[in-house]
Design a protein around this ligand. Structure first.
Ligand code: NAD
Ligand code: UGA
Length: 438
């Protein structure tokens, strides 16, 4: 049985720890956030992620998963120390590495037996070398037998456990191939393709993958904008494009754009890396600009239909950055609500999981208990997050509850013809009869 310490119990740390425990390793999860650890010890998950609570409970019961704030305890006898702390955006768009540094320093200060440091956080190219340097320098007087392996994580929130357990690939990068092979054995039972490369290449694979996915979405959103003016239907365009095996259908859903804790910060960090090393990341800049525009276009659409938004009541369905998560970091809904509030609109909203998290960022909106309460007296209804429970609403009831008739379907969830038959002034993203400019 391998012995692992995982530093950080966020989406990545907690899911990684619980899954490795489920695959048979002994996992000690560590966090500096006392309330998080206290909660976990009592079976309370710090995040909403389908299936996580049960997986954690099973593995705690089996004795393979434990939680602590004591790093020395978590590292004691560990063969692998996974770093899974946050790498948020710094002031210039760069990845802020303060938590990674802290984790590396703690490992250097406390470990006394050979260890493989595995970096799961998304970090700029060169960070693995920097971590190795930090550890080596702090242990100059008492050298430590260690290697650094980059093992970027590709899970998505909302389907994190399944993504971890059935990955398309595992990427491992290291200057020490034996260390990379040892980490690869932790994944053996997943029977997935494993690629071993050097540290910097592994780090770049993570950024390039996220940037490419964000680019696909911005690409289809640009096509959607053109479709709106030309009367074509972007949903069918995506379907038709996706039939080409070279293109594929995934990540071609037009909408209010991408948000979340990763695409925004990672595309920014990659562009920042490029600029400070003398490149001009024109495509990445355009990808970010198109994304910002998706929210602005939604605002323009509402202004066009409702005139001044001052004192208009706008109902917003969904607050999380995507369905099946309570994460609101860089959520398109939150950004759009701020734009609406700047214009004097009165916003009311409902989200199945994210309202508690959204209270801090949205002190002035009215939180509702159901989609129908959101529709009450609304001049317009905006769908921002495509939760399953919004798919089959009672639109007759909604039509009666609303004061106006405008529906802006920011995720193309509903059938335009049906909505129009029911008397709504319906707009999707990139749909026919959607011209913004006459
Ligand atoms: P998160 O913000 O949810 O959690 C980070 C955790 O690390 C927090 O609980 C924090 O208290 C803890 N932490 C910070 N410093 C610490 C320290 N010195 N010791 C112990 N704990 C410490 O972050 P996340 O969403 O899990 O992301 C972690 C990393 O993984 C980021 O680099 C992110 O880009 C990357 N990533 C995230 C996802 C995702 O879906 N969220 C997917 C792939 C990769
Ligand atoms: C994304 C990647 O998909 C993961 O592989 C990666 O590990 C993770 O970032 C990370 O590095 O943190 P995640 O942010 O959880 O995962 O969610 P996605 O499903 O990728 O969605 C991101 C955003 O893009 C959401 O706002 C979603 O609504 C939007 N999106 C997605 C679209 O607008 N259109 C699409 O076709 C797909």
């Amino acid at each position: 049985m391998s012995k692992l310490c995982v530093i950080g119990t966020g989406y990545v740390g907690l899911v990684t720890g619980a899954c490795f425990a489920d695959l048979g390793s002994e996992v000690h999860l560590m966090d500096i956030d006392q309330s998080r650890i206290d909660g976990l010890k009592n079976g309370i998950m710090p995040i909403y992620e389908p299936g996580l609570e049960q997986l954690v409970a099973q593995n705690v019961k089996s004795g393979r998963l434990s939680f602590t704030t004591e790093i020395a305890e978590a590292l004691d006898g560990a063969e692998f120390a996974f770093i899974a702390v946050g790498t948020p955006s710094g002031g210039e768009g760069e990845a802020d590495l303060q938590y990674v540094r802290m984790a590396a320093e703690t490992i250097a200060d406390l470990v006394n037996s050979p260890i493989i440091v595995v970096n799961k956080s998304t970090v700029p190219v060169g960070t693995g070398d920097w971590v190795a340097d930090i550890i080596a320098k702090r242990r100059a007087g008492k050298p430590l037998d260690f290697s650094v392996v980059s093992n970027p994580e590709f899970l998505r929130e909302g389907s994190a456990i399944n993504d971890f357990m059935s990955p398309d690939r595992v990427i491992l990068g290291s200057l020490d191939q034996d260390a990379a092979v040892r980490v690869s054995h932790l994944y053996d039972s997943l029977r997935c393709p494993i690629m071993i490369t050097d540290l910097r290449t592994a780090e770049m694979i993570k950024y390039a993958s996220n940037a490419f996915l964000a680019t696909r979405i911005s690409f289809i959103n640009e096509i959607a904008t053109i479709c709106e003016e030309l009367g074509a239907d972007v949903s069918q365009v995506a379907q038709g494009m996706g039939m080409d095996k070279r293109i594929g259908r995934a990540f071609l859903d037009a909408g209010l754009g991408w948000g979340g804790s990763c695409f925004p910060k990672d595309v920014k960090a990659l562009a920042h890396m490029a600029v400070i090393h003398g490149s001009n990341p024109q495509l990445l800049q355009a990808v970010m600009e198109i994304n910002r525009n998706q929210r602005r276009r939604a605002l323009l659409r509402l202004r066009k239909e409702l005139g001044s938004l001052n004192e208009k009541v706008i109902g917003v369905l969904g607050l999380s950055f995507k369905p099946n998560t309570d994460d609101i970091r860089e959520a398109p809904a939150i950004e759009l609500i701020h734009l609406l509030e700047n214009e004097g609109a009165i916003v009311q909203s409902y989200d199945p999981q994210a309202m508690e998290n959204a209270k801090g960022s949205l002190p002035n909106i009215r939180f509702c208990n159901s989609p129908y309460e959101v529709a009450q007296n609304a001049d317009a209804l905006v769908l921002a997050t495509e939760w399953n429970e919004f798919k089959q609403l009672d639109f007759e009831r909604i039509a009666q509850l609303m004061r106006g008739k405008v529906i802006l379907d920011g995720r193309n969830l509903w059938d335009p013809d049906r909505m129009r038959e029911m008397g709504f002034t319906y707009f999707g993203i990139g749909r026919p009869n959607n011209k913004l400019y006459e």
